[in-house]
Design a protein around this ligand. Sequence first.
Ligand SMILES: Cc1cc2nc3c(=O)[nH]c(=O)nc-3n(C[C@H](O)[C@H](O)[C@H](O)COP(=O)(O)OP(=O)(O)OC[C@H]3O[C@@H](n4cnc5c(N)ncnc54)[C@H](O)[C@@H]3O)c2cc1C
Length: 282
Amino acid sequence: MIPAAFDYESPRTLAEALELLATRADAKLLAGGHSLLPAMKLRLAQPATLIDLGRIAGLDVIRETGDRIAIGALSTHAAVAGSSLLQKASPLLLQTARHIGDTQVRNRGTIGGSLAQAHPSADYPAAVLALDAEIVARSRTGERVVKARDFFTGMFTTALAADEIITEVRVPKTAGARTVYRKFEHPASGYAVVGVAVVLQQSSGKIENVAVGITGVGQSAYRAVAVESALRGRSAESIAAAARHAAEGAEPMGDTFASPEYRKHMAVVLTRRALEEAAGTR
Ligand SMILES: Cc1cc2nc3c(=O)[nH]c(=O)nc-3n(C[C@H](O)[C@H](O)[C@H](O)COP(=O)(O)OP(=O)(O)OC[C@H]3O[C@@H](n4cnc5c(N)ncnc54)[C@H](O)[C@@H]3O)c2cc1C
């Protein structure tokens, strides 16, 4: 439980952090430390240098930018869960953050760290996929915007390059739509055995727009596109039948707590419940 020796850097600016990341061998960024430090204590990670992002001003701001809300990468889960701006304009991330871990985890863990970690049972990935969020990554050579659907590339892997830092996550305002996050959590860790995020908009009794993000089932979170296409243009009565497609295309994981069949079943159940709640029929 004692990490290997490492150098510690505490840059005051993003430019300095990017320079360190690009030039130090085996360097790792440190945000809330709630994934990285346990891995280091188990010696699953042995970075030569830790670059602590915690003293860089401005990376924890949640702000309005046109028709989007930008959430700084260092925003803690607690800050997201308590944001009045998100509550008013785009509540899905806030609804999701409230389900993450316990108070200590929410007070230290950050949205940027969680997305970069890409844990297959993390909660945010389902929500950022359902929101078609944009993840902003900076390197010494500039900035690029990665769509959430292109960001998660597998278990614990993302489209981030080794020299990039996530600076913010941008989500659309969801006025006119209803959003729901439903989760069946692991009783010990709190991680999602299955988590389902829904954005749903109805007009004249028909489902006009719907997006469903699912985490915990496969190697990485995914959009349940078969559910979405079975619902578009239909009434809420189609929800139960559509939800049966929730695990289509996913390769459900199995472990001592939940078999692949169980995860598949829970994906269907939670998708139905989340959609019914969003449609106001539950
Ligand atoms: C007991 C416990 C229970 C938990 N329960 C849940 C849960 O229910 N649901 C859930 O989703 N999560 C859960 N977590 C994980 C928690 O949310 C972590 O905080 C999160 O996964 C990582 O965020 P962090 O800020 O702590 O990142 P860190 O641990 O500091 O970093 C994680 C990784 O991301 C990289 N990184 C960090 N910030 C950036 C950045 N801005 N740009 C690029 N790379 C970056 C780091 O280099 C590292 O590789 C739990 C953790 C613990 C310890």
